[in-house]
Design a protein around this ligand. Structure first.
Ligand SMILES: N[C@@H](CCC(=O)N[C@@H](CS)C(=O)NCC(=O)O)C(=O)O
Length: 207
């Protein structure tokens, strides 16, 4: 019986944040496949049993179910003593970037990718709007990473793991990722960490 179970699916960058944290900190964990593309998270039964908010990831540990990737990351940092803040000022800084990530960096990008690459809607006013917003968020993170190798405190923290949710996803959203040279260099620093794995290697994929 693993210590942790993570309800997830491979295409979920939000789930990848938690999966990568579990892997990099060397936890005994197991993925539980969620059939998102066939509507499992929209079913009342799943919502009653797993997450009333209808979202992945969900981390099961010691009889608890935790949701929201930022909160899961903080929980794991506290439990493992790895990748968390060293003091209150760093804690606030980490939360500042994780909130920015949830509100802008991940959310606009993930919505754009979902429409264009998974639902295959083709180009619309909505995808144009989302690309503009995601690009603006990428510019902000790129400018920050021009000044520091990692987002907070000069070392890998859960702020990086939150922001890194979708940056290794291979799909083409029309955002030219190579334009963001500091994000590209940061990705390479993350990829060489002991235990790093691609999202599609860490979590089960829809058949
Ligand atoms: N803020 C949440 C976002 C989670 C999220 O949007 N997950 C997606 C999968 S990547 C989902 O389950 N969406 C279901 C829906 O929006 O109906 C987190 O960071 O955990």
């Amino acid at each position: 019986m693993p210590d942790y179970k993570l309800h997830c699916f491979a295409e979920s960058g939000n789930a990848y944040k938690a999966a990568l944290m579990l892997e990099l900190t060397g936890q005994d964990w197991q993925p539980v496949f969620v059939d998102f593309f066939n509507g499992q998270t929209r079913g009342q039964e799943w919502r009653d049993a797993v997450n009333e908010q209808g979202e992945v990831p969900v981390l099961e540990h010691a009889g608890q179910k935790l949701t929201q990737s930022a909160l899961i990351l903080e929980y794991l940092a506290e439990r493992t003593g790895q990748f968390g803040p060293r003091d209150d000022a760093e804690k606030r800084e980490i939360w500042r970037w994780m909130l920015f990530d949830n509100h802008k960096f991940t959310s606009y990008y993930a919505a754009l990718r979902f429409l264009l690459c998974l639902k295959k809607t083709g180009e619309t006013d909505v995808t144009g709007f989302l690309r503009e917003r995601a690009t603006a968020a990428y510019r902000i993170v790129d400018a920050h990473l021009a000044k520091t190798p990692f987002m907070v405190g000069g070392r890998l923290t859960i702020a990086d793991l939150s922001l890194a949710g979708y940056v290794f996803m291979p799909e083409d959203t029309g955002i030219v990722l190579t334009e963001f040279s500091h994000i590209e260099a940061w990705k390479q620093r993350i990829q060489v960490l002991q235990g790093w794995k691609h999202p599609y290697e860490l979590m089960p994929r829809t058949a």
